[in-house]
Design a binder for this molecule. Structure first.
Ligand SMILES: Nc1nc2c(c(=O)[nH]1)N[C@H]1C(S)=C(S)[C@@H](COP(=O)(O)OP(=O)(O)OC[C@H]3O[C@@H](n4cnc5c(=O)[nH]c(N)nc54)[C@H](O)[C@@H]3O)O[C@H]1N2
Ligand SMILES: Nc1nc2c(c(=O)[nH]1)N[C@H]1C(S)=C(S)[C@@H](COP(=O)(O)OP(=O)(O)OC[C@H]3O[C@@H](n4cnc5c(=O)[nH]c(N)nc54)[C@H](O)[C@@H]3O)O[C@H]1N2
Ligand SMILES: [Mo]
Length: 668
């Protein structure tokens, strides 16, 4: 007899939507994953990836027990023997102790990003461990560093327009996001709004699926959103379409912003952005004339040298044009800060040195006094997802570096480990997750027992704390104790345990400047935030020109694919993945569809095949983010070509500042 139950759970993977799930378990195995309606926003339907997530849980590459590198083998070779947890943790403790005693705590670096983790498996026991060790601290700028810096600087991270409220918009601007891949639940909302007469503008160098049905598509040259937004701001002021009363009451720095936008005439912006001046003007007119108008801003515009200022200029538009105060009007960036949550641990951060994740390769190879000796990777797959992949690879290959990789499957990074630890998935541990699109906080208990010997992060880091003699009075890293600390009160904690979901104090559909206001010190919008002005070399909103040189004229972007979440589930994606390029760029290089190609710049090269795609802007090529070494012929992926330079503010990644040349392979 089969024992089958369906449990209500939530998906914590890195996506704005945070679906609520029905997980069917038969005889202890996950047999079906579907959507349910507990989260009203995701309302019963889920993406194909998570529908097939059981394949990840039970995949052949799933790590079932700890592994220790065979002596004499080269890093990169997956040459491991099975070890017990006791042996693996004893070895890790010994190496951490040795590094700390001989070289100091700063010779240890935790390496994590945690985009697909909730409050229990990230910044909990792990943070306590590394803080108490006095380890080097990681600055997490891979994603959302530039957008957060801008959103906090201007608005103090005011909650955004609920994605469901775009049903009320008469104009929707989708700026640098591709929800068909990155957050599917927004798509039917846009379509329904369009059916009800709303206009749609899409700003994206590709003809995305939404762009195809848009009233206006601006195929902006990557990295030029800043001049585009400044030109719109200039136009609004110039044509008496700026809402001076609103700015007077609710904003600071309007006059200074106007001054900084002054050089960006339509003609100059058109030239820089590679757009017809008439399109920019049409956008300006439409935006000025329509209410309610809402801008859904994504992460495409942040991944370059102008990222922070670009996002700030985009988010300044609703203030300048007076679009707040109506349902369906305003902007949405990340809603991740709508919940007042507390840290899971109380240890203060030590004043140790900060290592930027975006320059991990450099740190591993170049840091001295002390050099890095222990690298502890978890909740991340740096060899796939961090910039300047070849430098990261050389760093991981250093013989005297002791590397732990704690993951669910044998990733590209795990192949370089000295010790590999098996982690549970969200179906095997307890997790608490707030959405960054959805206005909901959700709690999920395990649906199944851990697969093999996999263990949750909070259990493993708590045990390491004990083994290293770093326990402190009151330590309790069990999920229940963390739940109460993170939400701050018993009532919310019990509500989460009972129903699996609670909603934030601002409600699920807050109206900007009616229900929610800027969370800056004076509740005003800071259009030219002083802290951002001080943080950079050039004045804020200064445009930095394209980094292309004559030898590497093509822009390489690496947007999300609907098949992966960053690099997660990459083991399930089979076959070589293409470089997409515009037919004109291909023709100029004698490349036909399916030809083998070499893509290179000064940092590295990728060898794969070409796919011709007229939906790309000419001059722009594309390799998806998150690919693994098995997806190309030479094992290198987009990040082999991505520089480790940083955004103007916020130390964000500049993945889309990769400039490359492409040639057809002989005999391909
Ligand atoms: N299926 C799936 N879903 C995901 C993810 C995933 O990997 N796979 N990743 C998750 C994560 S970590 C994140 S941060 C979000 C990201 O969500 P999105 O913001 O939607 O993600 P991206 O794919 O990075 O970029 C979006 C769009 O920006 C465009 N773009 C590139 N450069 C520029 C530019 O300079 N200006 C403008 N205007 N547009 C540009 C790209 O063509 C792309 O269509 O998605 C999350 N959801
Ligand atoms: N070229 C290029 N690169 C990019 C981007 C881009 O646009 N272009 N986008 C960037 C963005 S937006 C992001 S957010 C980053 C994301 O980059 P990463 O943070 O590296 O994210 P993932 O690739 O999803 O890797 C997460 C890993 O953690 C593991 N994991 C998940 N849950 C747990 C757990 O509970 N415990 C442990 N121990 N492990 C767990 C997963 O199996 C997976 O291997 O990538 C960035 N990289
Ligand atoms: Mo991200």
């Amino acid at each position: 007899m089969t024992l089958s139950t369906t449990l209500q759970r939530m998906c914590p993977l890195d996506c704005p939507d945070t679906c609520s799930l029905d997980v069917t378990v038969s005889d202890g195995r996950v047999t079906r994953i579907d959507g349910n309606r507990v989260n009203p926003f995701t309302d019963g339907f889920i993406c194909g990836k998570v529908r097939g997530y059981a394949e990840h849980v039970y995949h052949a590459t799933r790590l079932l027990h700890p592994l220790v590198r065979e002596p004499g083998t080269t890093k990169g070779e997956p040459a491991f023997r099975r070890a017990s947890w006791d042996e693996a943790l004893a070895l890790i403790s010994a190496r951490i102790t040795e590094a700390r005693e001989r070289h100091g705590g700063e010779s240890i670096l935790p390496c994590c990003y945690g985009g697909s983790n909730g409050k229990f498996t990230h910044d909990s026991a792990d943070a306590a461990l590394f803080r108490r060790l006095g380890a080097s601290r990681l600055h997490r700028g891979l994603c959302a560093a530039a957008t957060t810096t801008a959103a906090v600087g201007l608005y103090g991270a005011m909650p955004g327009v609920a994605l469901s409220d775009y049903l009320h918009s008469r104009l929707i601007v989708v700026w640098g996001t591709n929800p068909h891949a990155s957050g599917i639940h927004f798509v039917p909302i846009v379509q329904r709004a369009q059916a009800a007469g709303a206009k749609l503008v899409v700003v994206d160098p590709r003809v995305t699926k939404l762009a195809r049905g848009a009233d206006l598509h601006l195929p902006v040259r990557p990295g030029t959103d800043l001049p585009l937004a400044l030109a719109l701001i200039r136009w609004l002021f110039e044509h008496d379409e700026a809402d001076l009363d609103f700015l007077e009451t609710h904003a600071r720095g309007a006059e200074e912003l106007r001054r900084r936008a002054e050089p960006w005439t339509l003609a100059r912006a058109a030239e820089t952005c590679g757009l017809p001046s008439a399109s920019i003007e049409e956008f300006a007119r439409l935006y000025a004339a329509t209410r309610p108008a809402a801008i859904r801003c994504g992460w495409g515009p942040e991944r370059n040298r102008n990222g922070c200022a670009a996002i700030a200029a985009i988010l300044a538009l609703p203030a300048v044009a007076g679009k707040f105060g109506a349902r369906g009007g305003g902007y949405t960036m990340s809603n991740g800060r709508a919940f007042p949550l507390y840290p899971a641990v109380s240890d203060p951060e030590p004043a140790t040195r900060i290592v930027k994740d975006n320059q991990l390769g450099r740190a591993l190879l170049e840091l001295r006094e002390p050099a890095l000796r222990v690298l502890f990777v978890y909740n991340a797959n740096p060899l796939s997802t961090f910039p300047d992949q070849e430098r990261v690879r050389r760093g991981f290959a250093r013989a005297e570096l002791f590397t732990v990789v704690f993951d669910q499957v044998l990733t590209d990074s795990a192949r370089y480990a000295d010790v590999v630890l098996p982690a549970t998935t969200f179906l095997e541990h307890v997790e608490l997750r707030n959405g960054y699109g959805t206005y909901a906080l959700q709690y999920g208990e395990p649906a199944i027992a851990p697969v093999g010997e996999a263990r949750p992060n909070y259990a493993v880091f708590a045990e390491l704390i004990g083994r290293l003699g770093l326990s402190a009075e009151g330590d309790d890293f069990t999920p229940l104790a963390m739940l109460k600390r993170v939400v701050g009160d018993e009532r919310t904690a019990s509500a989460l345990q009972e129903s699996g979901i609670v909603f934030p104090p601002c409600g699920v559909e807050p109206v900007q400047f009616v229900d929610v206001f800027p969370r800056t010190s004076d509740q005003k919008i800071h259009l030219v935030p002083e802290e951002l002005e001080r943080a950079g070399r050039a004045p804020f909103y200064t445009y930095v020109a394209d980094p292309a040189d004559g030898r590497h004229p093509l822009v390489l972007i690496s947007p999300a694919t609907e098949k992966l979440i960053s690099s997660s589930m990459g083991e399930l994606l089979e076959g070589q993945q293409p470089l997409s390029m515009h037919p004109d760029d291909a023709r100029a290089r004698g490349i036909a569809d399916g030809d083998g190609v070499r893509i290179w710049n000064a940092l590295g090269e990728v060898v794969t095949h070409a796919r011709l795609d007229p939906r790309l802007r000419p001059g722009v090529a594309q390799l998806h983010k998150g690919l693994w070494s098995h997806h190309t012929r030479n094992g290198a992926t987009a990040n082999a070509l991505a520089p480790d330079t940083l955004t103007d503010r916020g130390d964000g990644a500049c993945f889309n500042d990769a400039r490359v040349e492409v040639e057809r392979l002989n005999g391909a």
